[in-house]
Design a protein around this ligand. Structure first.
Ligand code: ASP
Length: 445
């Protein structure tokens, strides 16, 4: 079986829903499970309803529900007919009635707890999958619409719930029965707590749903259909002719994603990674492009991609007391942990430690405490360039070429990724784009 997931822009209206169905239907002999996001902008609109309820903005709520209604009903009327249309409209209207009642309740209470918010946001995927299901049967293709709340069972950490795999996996096998010649449809993003309350897996959670289902059913492949050709060698806003990466290992994809290439979030595909199921990123708007395959291992050497991140703060601590002493790093990290501030890169010598952070909300407090450990300096307005490649550190001629190309950039810190696929460095923010252009030109032409 195969899991095929479509993001919001891939189901944004009747035209694109039909394209998504064409794509799925072309793989109907592989027993597809179609996982769908809400139609584009829907989740944001639902969040807007929550915001309006806080602000006692009744008009805002009514207006937003009207827009949502129009988008979904327009799509239904565009591609459904007769009894099928009537049945779809009936189901859509039932959901809209529920959404209106919930919104009224939130407005009156002027509250939207994470628990209520999850119920509110769940309407997006419930609406989109209803449309997809009715369109598939309109096209006389065998289909079954499931309710992901029956089998994605999570903890009650509303808005960012974690699946309880020991319950979820057997439930998936009980409810989801892929079969050749039939399209099974399930909502991404939503689940249910053990007590039966609606939960969501966090923004962009539909990728996660696809990977969870794929893993539970030992899928041959999980496909993530989005609106880009796959993972690119660098950010196309910086280098317009960035190229599509054909194959990338999980570790490389994770490094690139963390440092800026936001196509698939590595944690969302983790269940597929654990089972070594390939995850293929494809473009609904350019289905002939082979996309990018994220796979267990790729062979060879060389650079795979370059990503960059800005607004990075560099903190340096120097103390001669560090020499031959133990416990220094632990004391330093306890301070970051106390202020819930993640450290991204780190580089140490016998007497100094350099670290980068993105979140500067508590930087003043952190610096005050670090001063007690050693001489501390802080440098704002930096950026990180992350070079990702297979066995990057084993290829000394590649490393030498990289540094030659970098010259005369003002590299402030270098960090070797523990995973052997990454070389990251800190540079002044205003040198990031130019340096990425130079590196890309020299390694991807
Ligand atoms: N609809 C949800 C969101 O916009 C989940 C998803 O699309 O993956 O975040």
């Amino acid at each position: 079986m195969i899991v095929i997931k479509f993001g919001g822009t891939s189901v944004q209206d009747s035209f694109w829903i039909d394209k998504a169905i064409d794509i799925t239907n072309s793989m109907i002999d592989r027993a597809p499970v179609l996982v769908a996001s809400a139609m584009a902008k829907t989740t944001d609109r639902l969040i807007n309803i929550a915001n309006c309820s806080f602000q006692k903005n009744k008009e805002g709520i009514i207006e937003t529900i009207d827009i949502l209604k129009k988008v979904h009903i327009d799509a239904a009327e565009a591609f459904l007919t007769g009894e099928n249309l009537a049945a779809a409209l009936k189901s859509l209207n039932t959901l809209f009635d529920q959404l209106s009642s919930l919104s009224r309740g939130l407005y009156l209470l002027q509250e939207c707890s994470p628990k209520s918010s999850d119920t509110l946001l769940s309407f997006g995927e419930r609406l989109s999958t209803l449309l997809i299901y009715h369109r598939i049967i309109e096209r006389k293709i065998d289909a079954e619409l499931l309710d992901s709340r029956d089998f994605i069972i999570t903890d009650d950490n509303f808005s960012n719930a974690a699946p309880i795999f020991k319950i979820t996996n057997p439930k998936i096998r009980e409810f989801v029965k892929p079969q050749k010649g039939k399209i099974i449809i399930a909502q991404g993003f939503i689940g249910s707590s053990e007590e039966g309350h609606i939960t969501t897996l966090g923004r962009s959670g539909s990728d996660y749903t696809a990977a969870i289902i794929g893993s539970a059913l030992d899928a041959e492949e999980v496909q993530i259909w989005t609106d880009v050709d796959g993972i690119l060698t660098t950010d196309p806003r910086i280098v317009s002719d960035a190229k599509r990466i054909e194959n990338i290992s999980y570790a490389e994809a994770a490094e690139l994603a963390f440092f800026g290439a936001k196509v698939v979030h590595p944690s969302t595909i983790q269940p597929a990674v654990e089972k070594k199921i390939p995850v293929i990123v494809k473009n609904t708007k350019n289905p002939d492009s082979p996309g990018t395959a994220i796979i267990d291992k790729t062979s060879g050497t060389g650079l795979t991609g370059i990503s960059g991140k800005k607004n990075i703060t560099l903190i340096n601590i120097t103390s001669s007391r560090m020499l031959n002493a133990y416990g220094f790093l632990s004391r330093i990290f306890q301070i970051f942990s106390k202020y819930k501030t993640p450290v991204d890169l780190i580089s140490t010598s016998e007497v100094s430690v350099s670290m980068t952070i993105e979140d500067v909300r508590n930087v003043g407090l952190i610096l005050t405490e670090l001063e007690q450990i050693g001489k501390t300096t802080v440098e704002y307005n930096n950026g990180i360039i992350c070079l990702v490649g297979k066995n990057i550190w084993k290829d000394s001629s590649l490393i030498s070429d990289i540094f030659k190309t970098l010259y005369p950039a003002s590299v402030k810190m270098i960090s070797l990724g523990a995973s052997e696929v990454n070389l990251s460095m800190v540079l002044p923010q205003d040198e990031i784009d130019e340096t990425i252009k130079k590196l890309h030109k020299s390694f991807f032409k």
